[in-house]
Design a protein. Structure first.
Length: 356
C-alpha cells in the first residue's frame, strides 16, 4: 500500500519531499520482500524448528487410526519427502535384515517381502514368513507379538489373527493354521493351512513369547529381605529308553529339572532341528548308532541363534572330536545319555547347565 501511494503521489506533488517519500517506500518494499523467507533463521523450504515433535493434524484422520501411508503424507507436508525417507532408512534396513534371516515357507516372493518390510517394527522379531498355498498373493509374517503382518498383493497391514495354531495330523504331519477376520476393508479376510514344520515351530514360539509377557509380574522383594531358596525338584527317575520318542520325553524331564520349567517335546513329525523347546533353550536328541558329527552341532547352533535361545544337544553314541571342538567354541552344551536315560555332560557348557 505504501509503495502504491509513493508511485501515485509524485505527479500530484510539487515538493521534493514527496519524491523522497516515494523512493523510500519503494526501497522498503524491496527489502521486506527479499528478507521475508529468511525470518526466524529459516529459508522458505525449511521445516519448522519443532517439525520432528509437531503432532500430525487429527482433523485429517476423521477420528480413525491413520495408516502408514497417511502418516508419511502428513509428515511429508511438514518436513518434505526427502527427510521422511532419510529418517525411515535405518528402520527399513533393519526390517529387511530381519525378513532375510527369517525362515520361509516355499513360494515366498521378494515382492511380498518388500511389501511386508514397511510394517516391521523395531521391536518385532520375525519368526517365519508363510506363503498361502491356495492364494498366491497372500503372505503372512509370523512375529513374537499379538499382531501379525499380512500382505495381499501390494498392500500390507497388521492384524490380530482369529486363529494362529498348529495341530498334529495323521502320520505325524504338523499343520499350521492362520486366519484373519474381515476388517471392514482395512484387513481382508483370509485363511491359510500349511503343512510346514518351520511355520508350525514359529507359531509355537510365538505363543510361548505371548504367554511369557502376559504372566503376572511378581513384586520386588523389600530392601534387605533375604530371598528364600527356590524349591529344588527331584531328579527324574531312571527311564528305559526304547524309542527316539522316549529319549525326547526324558530330555524334556531333565531340562525341567535343570530350570527350564516350560520345556516341552515338539509334536511328532518333521522337527526342523528342534526336538524339545522352552522359552530359553532348544534341544535336539540324536538316538543313533554312530557318534554325532559337527554338521549336526552347527545346525542346532544356527537354530538356537535365530530363536535367541541356548542350544543343548543329547546323543546316545557320543560325539566326534570335530563336533566337540566346534561346540566348545560356539557355546553348544553337549550331553551323552544311556539307555537308562541319565544324561552326562560332555563339555563345560553342559556342566554349567547341569549344575545350575
Amino acid at each position: 500500500m505504501v509503495f502504491v501511494v509513493g508511485l501515485l503521489l509524485p505527479p500530484f506533488a510539487s515538493t521534493a519531499a514527496a519524491w523522497i517519500a516515494g523512493c523510500s517506500a519503494l526501497v522498503f518494499c524491496v527489502c521486506v520482500a527479499w528478507t521475508w523467507p529468511f525470518r526466524n533463521g529459516r529459508t522458505l523450504g525449511d521445516p519448522p524448528h519443532n517439525a520432528q515433535e509437531a503432532p500430525l493434524s487429527p482433523s485429517l484422520s476423521g477420528g480413525r487410526r491413520l495408516s502408514r501411508q497417511e502418516v508419511d503424507a502428513q509428515t511429508a507436508a511438514v518436513i518434505g519427502w526427502q527427510e521422511v525417507h532419510r529418517r525411515a532408512a535405518p528402520v527399513r534396513a533393519a526390517a529387511s535384515q530381519k525378513l532375510a534371516a527369517a525362515p520361509k515357507s516355499p513360494g515366498v516372493s521378494l515382492a511380498a517381502l518388500a511389501v511386508i518390510e514397511a510394517l516391521v517394527r523395531p521391536k518385532d522379531r520375525v519368526l517365519a514368513v508363510a506363503q498361502s498355498p491356495t492364494a498366491a498373493d497372500v503372505t503372512v509374517a509370523v512375529t513374537d507379538r499379538e499382531s501379525l503382518i499380512g500382505a495381499v498383493g501390494e498392500r500390507a497391514f497388521r492384524f490380530v489373527p482369529v486363529e494362529c495354531s498348529y495341530t498334529t495330523e495323521a502320520q505325524g504331519v504338523r499343520t499350521a493354521r492362520i486366519s484373519s477376520a474381515h476388517g471392514g476393508g482395512s484387513v481382508p479376510g483370509f485363511s491359510m493351512t500349511l503343512t510346514d514344520p518351520v511355520v508350525a515351530a514359529a507359531v509355537l514360539v510365538r505363543q510361548q513369547e505371548i504367554n511369557k509377557r502376559s504372566a503376572p509380574h511378581k513384586p520386588a522383594a523389600p530392601a534387605g529381605a533375604v530371598p528364600l531358596p527356590a524349591p529344588r525338584l527331584d531328579p527324574p527317575p531312571p527311564r528305559l529308553i526304547r524309542t527316539a520318542r522316549d529319549a525326547e520325553l526324558n530330555v524334556a524331564a531333565w531340562m525341567r529339572f535343570w530350570g527350564f520349567s516350560d520345556a516341552q517335546v515338539m509334536p511328532v513329525g518333521p522337527d526342523a532341528g528342534i526336538d524339545v523347546i522352552s522359552s530359553s533353550a532348544v534341544a535336539q536328541v540324536k538316538m543313533e548308532g554312530v557318534p554325532t558329527g559337527r554338521p549336526v552341532v552347527q545346525q542346532l547352533h544356527g537354530v538356537a541363534q535365530h530363536a535367541k535361545r541356548r542350544g543343548l544337544l543329547f546323543s546316545l553314541a557320543g560325539y566326534t572330536e570335530q563336533a566337540r571342538a566346534w561346540a566348545e567354541d560356539a557355546g553348544v552344551a553337549l550331553f551323552r545319555f544311556d539307555f537308562q536315560g541319565v544324561p552326562e555332560p560332555v563339555n563345560g557348557h553342559a556342566a554349567s547347565v547341569a549344575e545350575a
